[in-house]
Ligand binder design. Structure first.
Ligand code: TYD
Length: 204
């Protein structure tokens, strides 16, 4: 049977990872004739979309702990209904945000305990680990300019929060260099795409 791959795309809001994921998906389908599944967290489809709605648009009080569990609930649904079946069938699954988002945003950003988040992530994912994670790194001023004025609940956090999230991603990459690769995202889209293809080609 063909080997499936699970690849995750990470970075602060406005880093351009969604564009890069789409470009890689098109390239793998058109140039390599591979079967690619695209998903995202939060809210790939169905129940996940309902959870996404709450996470991004609810305008009342949301505790950090509750927020974390909602992201994890969506992750469990994504893993069980989309990621695991596809990877086990030998497909390539590209996922826009995954476990590292929770460590970076709720851990480094909101200050929740990182060991506890790791434990909860392991439960939500049934210990499935990405074969490759690409962090699109960009300074916060540029990322905030890209997000613009139309912000969702998460994007209304301040510069300090996003600097902690960015530092969190860079620490994660330092701690797990085999899985997590950092790409400089403050460059032209085509140059970044070439780096992404190279990282894909380096997978065993
Ligand atoms: P989304 O519109 O998908 O943002 P982006 O296009 O930048 O990926 O919104 C997802 C938001 O949720 C984003 O601000 C990051 C945040 N988030 C967390 O805080 N924790 C998580 O575990 C995940 C998956 C996302």
């Amino acid at each position: 049977m063909k080997k499936g791959y699970f690849i995750t795309f990470e970075g602060v809001d406005g880093c351009g990872k969604t564009t890069q994921m789409k470009l890689l998906a098109d390239y793998l389908r058109d140039e390599k004739d591979l079967c690619v599944i695209e998903t995202r967290e939060p809210g790939a489809k169905g129940l996940g979309q309902k959870i996404r709605e709450i996470l991004l648009n609810y305008d009342g009080e949301v505790s950090s702990q509750c927020e974390t569990f909602l992201f994890l609930a969506d992750r469990a649904q994504n893993i069980d209904t989309i990621v695991n079946p596809a990877v086990e069938a030998g497909k390539i699954v590209l996922c826009d945000r995954h476990t590292d988002s929770t460590v970076a945003y709720q851990g480094y950003g909101r200050g929740l305990d990182i060991e506890e988040i790791n434990m909860l992530n392991n439960i939500a994912t049934r210990r499935r680990k990405p074969d490759l994670t690409i962090v699109f790194d960009i300074d916060i001023q540029t990322s905030m300019e890209r997000v613009g004025k139309d912000k969702d609940r998460m994007e209304t956090q301040g510069v300090e929060f996003f600097n902690s999230v960015r530092d969190g991603y860079l620490k994660l990459a330092e701690m797990d260099p085999d899985r997590i690769k950092v790409v400089n995202a403050a460059r032209p889209i085509g140059d970044i795409h070439k780096d992404v293809i190279k990282l894909f080609d380096e997978l065993d």
